[in-house]
Design a binder for this molecule. Structure first.
Ligand code: SF4
Length: 172
């Protein structure tokens, strides 16, 4: 279809798109997080569901109690050695495609807990798609992370674990 006919269709109010674009739009507009918090960052994460921050405007207010109904894991807080296998199991139980946001300094790098009990970055346990800096990150910062994730989904950028698999690496 030429440019002229595309313009004509637009002028007549006809929307042209592809199934792929619509699928990505639907996907990014209904990312459901798992109900999963580890430490102080989780309090900030809970705030995004309030009317003040309103994560519902992005279709992501439905924090699911079952990982089988969630496609986003927000790692909110430090990850202890003991919790790491539990976190990994929850991530494995989530259906594909699925994404991970590492929220805060502790989840991303161990933060101030530079010791043997804390995992020094949750990317040692699960593949991370978006990192949100701060201690704690504000609810706005987490929302910005969600927006970045939505951008990636809309652009068709595959989740990190799929990128690693394509490179022949492991999923963590
Ligand atoms: S980054 Fe700060 S607020 Fe978040 S879990 Fe660590 S110490 Fe707590």
């Amino acid at each position: 279809m030429g440019l002229n006919s595309t313009q004509e269709e637009a002028e007549r109010g006809i929307l042209l798109t592809t199934v792929d674009k619509v699928t990505r739009w639907a996907q990014k507009s209904s990312v459901w997080p798992a109900t999963f918090g580890l430490a102080c960052c989780a309090i900030e994460m809970m705030s995004v569901t309030s009317s003040r921050y309103d994560i519902a405007q992005f279709g992501s207010e439905a924090f699911r109690a079952s990982p089988r109904q969630a496609d986003l894991m927000i790692v909110a807080g430090r990850v202890s050695q003991k919790m790491a296998p539990v976190l990994r199991t929850i991530w494995e139980q989530m259906p594909e495609p699925k994404w991970v946001i590492s929220m805060g300094a502790c989840a991303s790098s161990g933060g101030v807990f530079d010791n043997y009990a804390i995992i020094q970055g949750v990317d040692h346990v699960v593949p991370v798609d978006v990192y949100v800096p701060g201690c704690p990150p504000t609810p706005d910062a987490l929302l910005f992370g969600v927006l970045k994730l939505r951008e990636k989904i809309q652009q068709g950028i595959p989740p990190k674990y799929q990128q690693l698999a394509a490179q022949g690496g492991s999923s963590s």
